[in-house]
Every structure is written in C-alpha cells, then in structure tokens.
Design a protein around this ligand. Structure first.
Ligand SMILES: NC(=O)c1ccc[n+]([C@@H]2O[C@H](COP(=O)([O-])OP(=O)(O)OC[C@H]3O[C@@H](n4cnc5c(N)ncnc54)[C@H](O)[C@@H]3O)[C@@H](O)[C@H]2O)c1
Length: 350
C-alpha cells in the first residue's frame, strides 16, 4: 500500500486529497492542528471535516501536529517515509496576514521549509506538491488593460485572451504580507527541485473551492457568498463595482491534477491552476447564479474601497499544465460547483 502525507488535511484541499487518495487505495496520513479556527474564529473551525474523514476513510490517520514544529515534522517523516507529500496547510488569507505577520510567515514560509527539509532527509525521491497561489504575482495582473462590461471586467489586451500564464513576474508589485510569505515558500519549493533534484511542484491556485470549505469573510469567497445567501446574511462587496472576476476550480479537479503529477512527477515546476475562462465569474454574476439556484435574493452592501492589492480580473491560463499533463481537464462546471456548495451548506447548517 502506498503512503501519502498531506498537511492541512482538515481544510478544503487537504480533505479532498485525503478522499481522492484513499479512494485509490493509498494509506493517507494527515497533519492538521485546526489553526484555521485560530485564524478565523469558530466559523473557520475544521473539526467537522476531520470527523467526517475519520468516519468515512478507514485508511486515514490523523496527526495533530503543527507544521511550525520542526522536530515534530522531522520525526513524523522519518517514521512514515511516505511515497508522496502534499502540502496544503497554510494561513490562507490575503487580508488577515497584516494583523498577524509572524504567524503568517511562520506557517506559510517557515512551515514549508520545515516540510521540505524533513522530506529531503527522510524520502527525497517522494514527489512533493505545494499549494501556492496566484497572489505570488502580487497585483501585477492589474496592469493588464481592461474593458468594463455590464457585469464584469474583461481583459482587452488579446495577449491575455487565454488568461495569465506562469511568465507573469512575481516581484515589484503589491503582494500583501500573505502573498510575500507565499512567494518565499514558492521559490523555496522550486529551489529544492533545482538544488537537490527533488520532484517538486508549486500549484499557483486561482480560486479553489468546493463543498468542504469552512468559508469565512476573509477567505473562501464563493463558499462564504453561498452561505450568506442561504442564511439571508448581508455580503459585503469591496470595490471594483462588484465586477471583479475570479476563475473557480472545484477541489475535486485540483486533486485529480495532484494525482497526475505524483504519477509522473517533474522537478522544480510551477503551474497556474484555476477554473480558466469557462469557470470565471464576477461577484455580481455569482449573486445572480446563486439566487437562481437557491430561489433566494442576495442581500449585499457595497463598500466603495477595494481590498488592498486585490486582483480586478484574474483568470488562469492552463496551457502549460495541460501540455505537461494532457489527460487532465476541468470536470466540474461553475454551475455544478455552485450547486454542490449550496447543497453542502444546506446539510451542514441544518
Ligand atoms: N482556497 C483558495 O481559494 C486558495 C487559492 C489559492 C491558493 N490556495 C492555497 O491552497 C492551500 C489550501 O487552501 P485551503 O483553501 O484548503 O485552506 P484551508 O484553510 O481550508 O485549509 C488549510 C488547513 O491547514 C491547517 N493549518 C493551518 N496552519 C497549520 C499549522 N501551523 N499546522 C498544521 N495545520 C495547519 C488549517 O487548520 C486548515 O485545516 C493553501 O496553501 C492556500 O494558500 C487556496
């Protein structure tokens, strides 16, 4: 039986990794200390998801460890010597980081280095997949010229018709402290590939979403937006007339890519990974779609100030990823993703 170590296993992506690899016969070891509840309060608590995984996957083992704890990680990796490592644990919020700079950097940058070095010492041949983010590009994507449509901003420069690719620069733009700590981690993961020849990759996510997110105002916009609709709560829109665009990818499709990378790994790679143009949506369009699905109007208020460094329009160009892994494709449409999240909140709230 092959063994996988996944950090952040109670979170959105980590829990989907547990389910995806358990389903194909792997023994899965998860590391999570529920720090999402510490970052975001009770609404961010992930224990419900941990309990769900323990109940549904017999080959899943939970380790209550903190990725900041270097010796705990060294001990765990030495004891397990996994066949692959997937790193999804993080302080994931662009907005929260400025109020907790040490926690943000210690988890995102130092925690990643701890895991890389523990992997190198215990099992350097194990493929290492790191969840990075499109925030490593800072607000450089905002330099692309745009057209204002009725419900969304669109790229007017034809160079970006297919979205933003991995050649976008990562420095000399505004990142937020979160984007900066993720740049440190991203570059370090690449470097362990280049310096030590380890099979590593960074997945620079657009909006990753799905039914198992513990969405809160500061992170997981679609999950939180749909929850607000269901509960009749007021959603706050920050600037850009509500026409800001995100490309959304279901966690199931993220894990399908991770499985392909682990089956045929490369070294020191970076890939943009999002829903692409067909799965892109603006906030105003998301309001309309969820109202159509739920039959409930969306309550919202407009704050005439965008989040600092927030992208106006971000769509991932998936060309590189598809050329390296031609069998992979998006399988969950935007509407299906909305419906699944809506259904999940319905069950959880009830
Ligand atoms: N969700 C998105 O839209 C999105 C977009 C781009 C990139 N990403 C990246 O993908 C990864 C996964 O995101 P997610 O949405 O699943 O996040 P999540 O918050 O749902 O999951 C992260 C998990 O890590 C755990 N964790 C946090 N600090 C920890 C620590 N010190 N030790 C052990 N566990 C810890 C949390 O408790 C949580 O369960 C992150 O690296 C994030 O930056 C996410």
């Amino acid at each position: 039986m092959k063994k996988l170590l996944v950090t952040g296993s109670s979170g959105l992506i980590g829990s989907e990794v547990v389910a995806g690899f358990s389903a194909v016969g792997w023994e899965v070891h998860g590391v999570d200390n529920n720090m999402r509840a510490d970052f975001f309060g009770p609404q961010g608590d992930t224990r419900w998801n941990l309990n769900r995984l323990l109940e549904t996957h017999a080959s899943f083992h939970h380790h209550e460890a903190d990725i900041r704890d270097r010796s705990a990680l060294m001990g765990l990796l030495q004891a397990l010597r996994p066949d692959a490592v997937v790193h999804t644990a993080a302080q994931p919020s662009h907005d929260l980081a400025a109020s907790r700079p040490f926690d943000d950097f210690d988890v995102n940058a130092v925690g990643t280095l701890n895991l890389l070095e523990a992997t190198r010492l215990a099992c350097p041949e194990a493929p290492f997949v790191h969840m990075s983010t499109n925030k490593v590009y800072g607000d450089a994507p905002n330099e692309i010229s745009l057209i204002e449509r009725e419900t969304r901003w669109e790229y007017s420069d034809p160079t970006f018709a297919g979205g933003i690719d991995e050649r976008c620069r990562i420095d000399q733009s505004k990142h937020s402290l979160f984007g900066s700590s993720k740049v440190a981690a991203d570059v370090m993961v690449q470097e362990y590939g280049r310096t030590f020849g380890m099979p590593t990759c960074c997945l620079r996510g657009g909006c990753l979403t799905g039914p198992n997110h513990s969405g809160v105002e500061l992170h997981g916009f679609l999950s939180y937006l749909i929850k607000c609709n269901l509960e009749g709560r007021t959603y706050r829109v920050f600037g850009y007339k509500g026409k800001q665009v995100r490309d959304n990818i279901h966690s199931h499709d993220v894990v399908a890519f991770i499985q392909r990378f682990i089956a045929a790994p490369r070294s020191g790679e970076v890939y943009n990974l999002g829903g692409g143009q067909p799965n892109s949506v603006s906030i105003l369009e998301a309001f309309a779609l969820i109202s159509e699905i739920s039959g409930q109007a969306m309550n919202y208020e407009y704050v005439d100030q965008n989040r600092s460094g927030d992208h106006i329009c971000y769509i991932s160009d998936l060309t590189k990823l598809k050329s390296h892994y031609p069998g992979w494709k998006i399988t969950k449409s935007l509407r299906t993703t909305f419906e699944e999240i809506h259904q999940a909140w319905h069950s959880r709230i009830r």
